[in-house]
Design a protein around this ligand. Structure first.
Ligand code: BG6
Length: 481
């Protein structure tokens, strides 16, 4: 029976906006994340145009990878990482997104990071844009709504491809590109919030704007994938879809159709464009019913999409929810950007995300059946409250349980025939939460002394899960105890 391949890419995932800090050092400009305040489980984080005196903006220091990269990469190496998912901060390279030439100090930082990874034989997996659109582009073009954004992104990619062509092989064009299909995606993912000050979950829901902006991201992604294929044949180019797996709440055909619609709109639409290189026909009806005028799709775009399809498929998976056509069924749960109807067979995390390891096996099979591409799960994990004991230990058995069950289900999927090549659980070291701006919601194998009031000396400590994951990697996924 099949199991994880010998060269399986075990590792962990991060993103610059939540991890790197040093938001205005060495020529870096402000990204959309640098304009977001902290928030909490109950109080949404806010986006502000002007920086408010006395308000905390957690991405600015985050957990300071910028000054700790050597120490952190040594910790990753100690666990046996084969791959390290990170993102490049667009504003470290092009501070407003619109400069003609790049910021050399920013480029040097990532040279140092890639060299350090290479020292330990760790492969970088680079997300080109992970919720870090330059705020300059937000102010000038209303983010991705403006087609001009596309050329700036292409210039950014040309720069980093050429600079790191011998250091990076795996690239993902946009983190969770389908965030743009959801109202909150207008903020971090699309940056269509010119002049907006207020809670990030209360931005006006402008579908016309979002779908136009998303189209520009599709074209941008395809353009740079085409470029990479022509100029850098050694590159492997991937997508990154937030998989919000939806089950029908019952076997009532109305529930089944509703779940199918939701899965198409949230998960398959963007994935189909990336893999097949054209818009799926089921979206026509959606555009019509929602009065979305698609004249933003210009002549020539179809060819670009066709020529820039991906080499491998990646996704994030944290939870699942249900869909119901019955208005009486109202028990809702939260989720990663999008929630849904509660599933009575599942338990939820402290943040209300329903834990569903078998849903990961199901999702891997569904995706592989559709596309037959090599796959990586590039985010998965449990955001939880951790307790730092007086002796400096952190006993996070709940996190180990979550990951153990998900890895076991990944192995089942491999046995089912899925070509799974890597796994990078989210926030392998504690980072700022994307949805709430909190530090209290921790995912890491490594604890960082950093707290919600902005205090903490940024010291790193190994949690119990650190030693456990090291064994998992050493045994190539066989020892999950
Ligand atoms: C994904 C994002 O949506 O989920 C990450 O790609 C994010 O940036 C992760 O941090 C977990 O979400 P949260 O809100 O718990 O940080």
């Amino acid at each position: 029976m099949k199991t994880f391949r010998e060269d399986f890419y075990w590792g962990g995932a991060t993103a610059a906006n939540q991890y790197e800090g040093a938001w205005d050092l060495d020529g870096k400009g402000a990204s959309i994340s640098d304009h977001c305040t902290n928030g909490s489980h109950t109080c949404p984080k806010r986006l502000t145009v002007d920086f408010e005196e006395g308000t905390l903006y957690p991405s600015r220091e985050a957990t300071d990878f910028y000054h700790h990269y050597k120490e952190d990469i040594a910790l990753a190496a100690e666990m046996g990482f084969k791959i390290f998912r990170m993102s490049i901060n667009w504003t470290r390279i092009f501070p407003t997104g619109m400069e003609e030439s790049p910021n050399e100090l920013g480029l040097q930082f990532y040279d140092n990071v890639f060299d350090e990874l290479n020292k330990y034989g760790i492969e970088p997996l680079v997300t080109i844009s992970h919720y870090e659109i330059p705020y300059g582009l937000v102010e000038t073009y209303n983010g991705w709504y403006g087609r001009e954004c596309l050329d700036h992104y292409v210039r950014y990619c040309e720069t980093i491809f050429e600079r790191y062509k011998d250091k990076v092989k795996f690239w993902l064009t946009f983190n969770e590109i389908n965030a743009g299909t959801m109202p909150m995606g207008a903020v971090l993912s699309l940056g269509c919030v010119k002049g907006y000050t207020g809670p990030v979950n209360q931005v006006p829901d402008e579908k016309q704007v979002r779908y136009q902006a998303l189209h520009h991201q599709f074209v941008a992604s395809a353009k740079v994938i085409k470029l990479a294929h022509e100029k850098y044949p050694q590159f492997k180019m991937g997508n990154m879809t937030l998989f919000a797996t939806k089950y029908p709440n019952t076997c009532n055909p109305d529930d089944i159709l509703k779940a199918q619609r939701a899965n198409r709109r949230m998960n398959w639409f963007v994935s189909d464009v990336h893999v097949r290189g054209y818009y799926p026909s089921y979206m026509d009806r959606f555009f019509e019913e929602n009065n979305i005028d698609t004249s933003y799709i210009l002549d020539g775009d179809a060819e670009i999409l066709k020529e820039g399809t991906i080499d491998f498929f990646t996704f994030s998976y944290y939870m699942s929810t249900c869909e119901s056509a019955d208005p009486e069924v109202s028990k809702k749960v939260k989720g990663n950007l999008v929630g849904g109807i509660a599933n009575p067979y599942l338990k939820a995390s402290d943040w209300g995300w329903q834990i569903d390891p078998k849903g990961l096996r199901y999702t891997l099979n569904e995706i592989y059946d559709r596309y037959q591409l090599p796959m990586m799960v590039v985010e998965n994990g449990l955001g939880a409250y951790d307790k730092l004991e007086e002796d400096g230990t952190i006993h996070d058995s709940y996190r180990i349980d979550y990951l153990r069950q998900h890895i076991a289900q990944m192995e089942e999927a491999v046995k089912d025939g899925v070509d799974l090549i890597g796994y990078t659980p989210w926030g392998w070291i504690d980072v700022v939460s994307a949805s709430t701006g909190e530090m209290a919601k921790r995912y890491g194998f490594v604890y960082v002394n950093k707290y919600d009031d902005g205090t903490g000396d940024l010291g790193r400590r190994k949690k119990d899960s650190f030693y456990w994951y090291k064994k998992v990697i050493e045994s190539n996924g066989k020892d999950l105890d």
